[in-house]
Design a protein around this ligand. Structure first.
Ligand SMILES: [Zn+2]
Length: 364
């Protein structure tokens, strides 16, 4: 599964003052602020703005989960929690984490995996609940619940930028640095602090594909929450499909999208409508795709009813529920509205051959 759109990240000091979408523009921001302020970057990349007002956090691109460990009293407690998470969660699932010492009183850890197109209305809650579950299960006392609650909105320290003491506003002489797994396991806290006196320019390789178990764990957690049955051999695309199809997901996870955000109708959906009108009939899934699209494009009921009555020109609409003969919408549309259903993703459109062009604009 591939991502479709140009992604950007947020930059903070820690107030979110900018976004950037390339290494160069990110470096320019660091150059401007490093040493004066603590530099932060959003853990997730996004691919949608909410009008001109800022980031649409529901557009977060999920390809990692992130753990923020903090202890004001004793940073060694954080190191112990990182080791515990590694031993009890990562090792059994064969996951390789990306690990950082912040330069101050904490550690941060990512588990990266291939792009996971979680349904929009689920993302935020699913990640928050999954991390809370791991915090409880492995008794990770220093794992910061505030960061967990921020879910896809969280910011992290930027690697290789200096740590500024918030009270004195001075550098403490250490940098946020990345560590190898072996270093995290073997070094003492003093050795790690010593290491953080300089930025580290060496490269660290993480194989996302090998970390698929973390993405699967997240999906299995969501399935349990939704009481969906699955087996350990079920694949990620299968689990995504059953979650997508689940009616309960719309009851359990309420859409956090702010009303008023309108998606335009995509060209392949317009073509699908034209094709259906030409044929004088359509299948159920294609109708659902069209209806979900028009609802999310903020079309009025009577206009949606008109589209479907045009497809089934001359037929009574009462039976199938897309429109009524009096010009109102039928129960299918009402159900979709009640469930606050999302429009179909590019992947789903391609799966159902409504979109047939890998490079068309449906992902935009
Ligand atoms: Zn398309």
């Amino acid at each position: 599964m591939e991502r479709q759109r140009l992604a950007f990240r947020e930059f903070g000091i820690p107030a979110r003052i900018a976004t950037f979408n390339s290494k160069e523009s990110g470096d320019a921001l660091i150059k401007e602020w490093t040493g004066r302020k603590n530099c932060y970057v959003s853990v997730y990349a996004f691919d949608e703005m909410k009008g001109k007002k800022g980031t649409n956090y529901d557009s977060a691109i999920i390809e990692t989960i992130w753990f923020d460990f903090d202890d004001d009293e004793n940073v060694t407690n954080c190191l112990e929690d990182v080791r515990k998470l590694y031993a009890e969660f990562c090792v059994p699932k064969n996951l390789t984490p990306r690990i950082y010492y912040t330069g101050g009183r904490g550690f941060q850890l990512n588990i990266d995996f291939p792009y996971l197109p979680l349904p929009t209305h689920i993302k935020r809650d699913a990640i928050r609940d999954f991390l809370t579950h791991l915090k409880t299960k492995y008794k990770l006392k220093t794992l910061d619940q505030k960061c967990i609650n921020n879910s896809v909105v969280c910011l992290r320290r930027m690697v290789n930028t200096p740590y500024i003491d918030k009270k004195t506003n001075q550098k403490n002489g250490r940098y946020c640095i990345q560590l190898e797994v072996e270093e995290m396991l073997e070094y003492t806290m003093e050795e790690i602090e010593k290491l953080s006196e300089w930025p580290r320019t060496r490269s660290f390789n993480i194989d996302r594909e090998k970390n698929e178990g973390a993405a699967k764990g997240l999906l299995q957690y969501v399935c349990n929450a939704l009481k969906i049955k699955f087996t350990s051999t079920n694949t990620i695309p299968y689990l995504l499909d059953v979650i997508n199809e689940s009616d309960d997901s719309h009851k359990k996870y309420t859409k956090s999208r702010v009303t008023g955000f309108v998606y335009p109708v995509r060209p392949c959906i317009k073509k699908a409508i034209q094709r259906a009108i030409g044929k004088g009939t359509n299948d159920h899934t294609a109708n659902t795709a069209i209806a979900a699209e028009l609802i999310n494009a903020d079309w009025k009921d009577q206009d949606i009813a008109f589209v479907f009555s045009s497809i089934y020109e001359g037929e009574s609409g009462n039976k199938w529920g897309w429109y009524k003969d009096n010009g109102e919408v039928g129960f299918q549309i009402k159900n979709l509205r009640a469930k606050a259903i999302n429009r179909f993703s590019k992947n789903r459109l391609m799966q159902y051959k409504i979109c047939r062009d890998k490079f068309c604009a449906c992902g935009n």
